[in-house]
Design a protein around this ligand. Structure first.
Ligand code: NAD
Length: 455
């Protein structure tokens, strides 16, 4: 077995070594999951619901410890990490209602009774990225377990620790052995094996669009089901009739939360030309107010980038001679720090078109509503976005016009466990969260029962 050395991104200190699964170990884990799944699916719905509630309670008892671990591994500010751990509990609680509510249909037909069942798929493989290790894991494993499946989960190489701990907490809370396993490993070893192993019936992948395309192509071989949650380059559209003070004050949180390492980051701010100068005047102090520093400090709003490699990638978009409109602050010394950075490039510049996945935002002026929608849509991505206006008609027109899966008007909220989440175009395929998520871990079976007529 090979291993991976986890580094604390705020200090560059070694945290621990994690053993990585190879193909053989992955196959063994998948076989154990298949055995566990059969027994799990046979359990009474109320028993499966109780097991998920027990898991949620165990996560609740571990919120602080999980949050501390995420801060150590990923550099997330402690307040944010607590929210993430609490969110795992909430997602489990929400989907603990599902086993007893996976209703089929009774469909009127001639000659008998027709009913549908939502059958579990079997073993589901979940592959997660490094930016939100706990929450994204839960969006896959909670509804999949609720629908009667077993789950094998591969966390990103850089950030395996909280996922490993969540699987332990699941076992401690009474989940059957083998039902939910976390397999640290390389994408091209463990991740690819989820795609090629025939016992895995669905792959839920969150990560880059490039790898998502490979997973989709590989899954076609077995007509394996996929859910893909991929990249984004979302627009924050600010109209002249909006509450400009609020729009400017909240714009930094819309893009710099999690140091911009957020698929939903509103990394393009589009501002109506008539208020562009005023908006920039308001944005500068808002960017300067972002508290960047030690993730263990309760006041910190933004931590470091996740790794040296990712720091180099983000830095490549802002070389020393680039024209920066203004920048916030960042600590000096060890750690992969990058200050909140505001650019004002042309519409075709790569900083305005590519996903940077760091605390870098581009601000672009637009002429009118039609121009704003067309600029917002001038990307292969379509994940999220925000619209700032006081005109209700315009808010609705633009919401319907922007090709993205998760929009918010006069706010930057995108993720609630009770509402569907996912991308248009090359930002993804399928939806996670919301009331219907368990159904995407099932296949519908139709059964017709002939009923003889009494003569
Ligand atoms: P990535 O695609 O490099 O890796 C994601 C996961 O896939 C990791 O676990 C990795 O080990 C694995 N992987 C890599 N190669 C693989 C292969 N050939 N087969 C199977 N698995 C493989 O992405 P990342 O850098 O970890 O994450 C950042 C990306 O994730 C960004 O593009 C971001 O927008 C996207 N993201 C999307 C969402 C969403 O919900 N839409 C959420 C978070 C992140």
């Amino acid at each position: 077995m090979s291993s991976y050395t986890v580094i604390n991104p705020a200090t560059e200190e070694v945290v621990t070594d994690v053993e990585l699964f190879d193909v053989e170990g992955t196959d063994d884990a998948i076989a154990r999951a298949a055995d566990a799944q059969k027994a799990w699916a046979r359990r009474a719905p109320a028993e499966r619901a109780q097991a998920l509630r027990d898991f949620a309670a165990a996560v609740d008892a571990n919120v602080e410890a999980l949050a501390r671990l995420e801060t150590l591994n990923s550099g997330h500010p402690i307040g944010q990490a607590r929210w993430e751990a609490g969110h795992v509990r909430d997602v489990l609680t929400y989907y603990s209602a599902a086993p007893e509510r996976l209703f089929g249909k009774q469909i009127p037909v001639a000659g008998g009774l027709d009913v549908t069942f939502h059958e579990p798929l079997g073993v589901v493989g979940v592959i997660t990225p490094w930016n939100f290790p706990m929450t994204i894991a839960a969006w896959g494993f909670a509804p999949a377990l609720a629908a009667g499946n077993a789950v094998v989960l591969k966390p990103a190489e850089w950030t395996p620790l909280t996922s490993v701990r969540l699987a332990e907490i699941g076992r401690e809370s009474g989940l059957p052995d083998g039902l939910f396993q976390v397999l640290p490993g390389h994408g091209n070893v463990v991740g690819e094996r989820f795609v090629t192993n025939r016992t895995v019936r669905k792959v839920v992948f969150t990560g880059s669009t490039a790898v998502g395309k490979k997973i989709m192509a590989g899954s076609a071989e077995q007509v394996k089901r996929v859910t893909l949650e991929l990249g984004g380059k979302s627009a924050n559209i600010v109209f002249a009739d909006s509450d400009l003070e609020r729009a400017a004050a909240s714009a930094p949180s819309g893009v710099f939360d999690n140091a911009g390492q957020d698929c939903c980051a509103r990394s393009r701010i589009l501002v109506e030309r008539s208020v562009y100068d005023r908006f920039m005047e308001l944005l500068e102090p808002a960017v300067n107010r972002v508290v960047v520093g030690d993730p263990n400090d309760e006041a910190t709003e933004m931590g470091p980038l996740v790794s040296a490699k990712h720091h180099a990638s983000v830095s490549s978009y802002v070389p020393d001679d680039s024209q920066v409109a203004f920048r916030g602050s960042a600590p000096q010394g060890p750690g992969y720090w990058f200050p909140p950075t505001v650019l004002t490039p042309g519409r075709d510049d790569r900083t305005a078109t590519e996903e940077i996945f760091g605390p870098v935002v581009t601000v672009l002026p637009f002429d009118d509503e039609a121009d704003a929608v067309s600029l917002a849509n001038a990307t292969e991505y379509g994940l999220s976005g925000s619209i700032w206006t006081r005109d209700v008609g315009r808010a609705l027109r633009v919401s319907r016009g922007v090709e993205a899966g998760n929009l918010s008007v006069n706010s930057h909220s995108s993720v609630r466990y009770s509402t569907p989440f996912g991308g248009f175009k090359q930002s993804g395929l399928g939806r996670e969260l919301g009331p219907d998520a368990p159904l995407s871990f099932t296949d519908t079976k139709n059964v017709f029962i002939a009923v003889e007529e009494l003569s």
